[in-house]
Design a protein around this ligand. Sequence first.
Ligand code: CMC
Length: 434
Amino acid sequence: MTQDTFTIRDNSTGKEADFPLRRGTIGTSVIDVSTLNKQMGLFTFDPGFVSTASCKSAITYIDGEKGVLLYRGYPIDQLAENCSFLEVAYLLMNGELGNKAEQAEFEHEIGQHAMLHEAMRSFIDGFHYDAHPMAMMVGIVGSLSAFYHSELNMDDPEHRRISAMRMLAKMPVIAAACHRHSIGYPFVYPRADLSYCENFLNMMFSLPSQKYIDKDNYISPVAVKALNLLFILHADHEQNASTSTVRLASSTGANPYACIAAGIGALWGPAHGGANEAVLSMLEEIGSVDRIPEYIAKAKDKNDPFRLMGFGHRVYKNFDPRATIIRKACYEVLEQIPGNDPLFDLALALEEYALKDAYFVEKKLYPNVDFYSGIIYKALNIPVDMFTVMFTIARTSGWVSHWLEMMAEPGQRIGRPRQVYTGKELRNFEPPKK
Ligand code: CMC
C-alpha cells in the first residue's frame, strides 16, 4: 500500500487532522480513520458498512460497476470453466493453484477428514425430523469443537490448517446427513473414491439397495458438472455478511467451529444466502407469466414488504457475473435434465420484465447469483430447504480462507464497533410507580 493523506475538518470546532489514504493493488482507496477518535474525539457512522472497509484481504476482488469477480486474481468465469471446486478451494486457502502433487495431497486429506465422529449420529438424531436443515447445520457445526478438540491451539498454524480442512471435508457430509435425517433415511458414509461433488450426491441420494435407483441419474456427469459450477460460484465473495460474521466472531479468539457456525447463521437470512430458497418460493407463488406485473408492482410498493428475491446486490450495480454464468448453465442443465423448464421460463420472463421497469433500472437492481441457482438445484432433485445448505458447503471454502488469512495476520484486535447512543441521558433511580 502506498500512502497519501486525506484531511478531515470538524467545522464546529475548526479542528483538522490528516489521515492516511491507503490503496490496495486494485480497487477503491480507503481513508484510514483508525486514529480518528484519538486525533479528533469522533467516531465514524456507517450503518450497514456501506462505505467501510473492515479489513485488508488478498483473497477476492469485486468491481461492482464492471461486474468483475476475481479469486486470487483469476476471473471467476475462467475458474468456472477450467477448475474443480476443490482446486478453487485450494486456491482460495493457499493463494496459488496447487500443482498436481499438491492438489492430490489436498484432496487425499479432504477424504481423510470427511468421516464424522460416530457419536455425532445420536446428536443429529436429537433433531426433530422437520427441523430446517439450516437450523441443524448451525447446531451441528457449532458442536464440532466438542468432538474435535485436540487441535484447537489457534496460535499453531498447523492446528488452524487442520481445523480448516476438517470443516471443508465434513460440511457436505453434515449437509447430506441433515437431509437424510429429515426424510428418515439411514446416513450414507463418505467415500474416498468419489470426487467431492460425486460424494455429496451419493450421500444425498443413494439407497442401501441400488436396485430401484439409477445411480447414473443422480451422479450423472451433468449433475456433477452443475454442482461443481455452483460450488465454485458460491465459494467466496469477499467481506459479505456471513464472512464478516466469521471474522468478527474469530476476532474474539473463539474456536473456528463456533465462528463458522455463526457464519452459517448469518448466511441463512433471506437477504443473503437464504435468497435462493426464497426465489424458488417466490417463483412458485407467482406461478405464471401473466401475474408478473402484479408482483413487480408489489416489489415497488414501499408499503409492501415484498421484494423481488434474487434481485439487487450491495456491490454489483451493473450485473452479477455469477448470475450470467448460472443463467447459461440453466439452459445446459435443463436441456439434459428437463422438468424445471416452466420455472426457468418464468424466471427469464420476470428478469426481462424487471429490467425494462424504470424502478429497477434507476436503482440498478439486476438478478444476482441466487436468482437462477435454485432452478439448477431443483433439477438435481435437491429439496428447496437444502438450497441454502448448498451455499453453506461452497462458502465454507471462503470462510476458512478468510479465517486462515486473518489468524495469520500479526497484531489482530478484537472487532468492536462503536455506536451513536440515542437512549436516555443520566437519571437517578426511582422505583416504578405502583
Ligand atoms: N426488490 C425491490 N426493491 C429492492 C430490491 C429488491 N430485491 N433490492 C433493493 N431494492 C430497493 C430498496 O427498496 C431500496 O430502495 P430505496 O432506495 O427507495 O429505499 C434500493 O433498492 C436499495 O436497496 P437496499 O436495500 O438499500 O440495498 P442493500 O445494498 O442494502 O441490499 C440486498 C442489497 C441484496 C440485501 C437487497 O437488494 C435485497 O434485499 N435483495 C433481495 C434478496 C436477495 O436476492 N439477496 C441475495 C443477495 S446475493 C447472494 C448473497 O451474496 O448472499
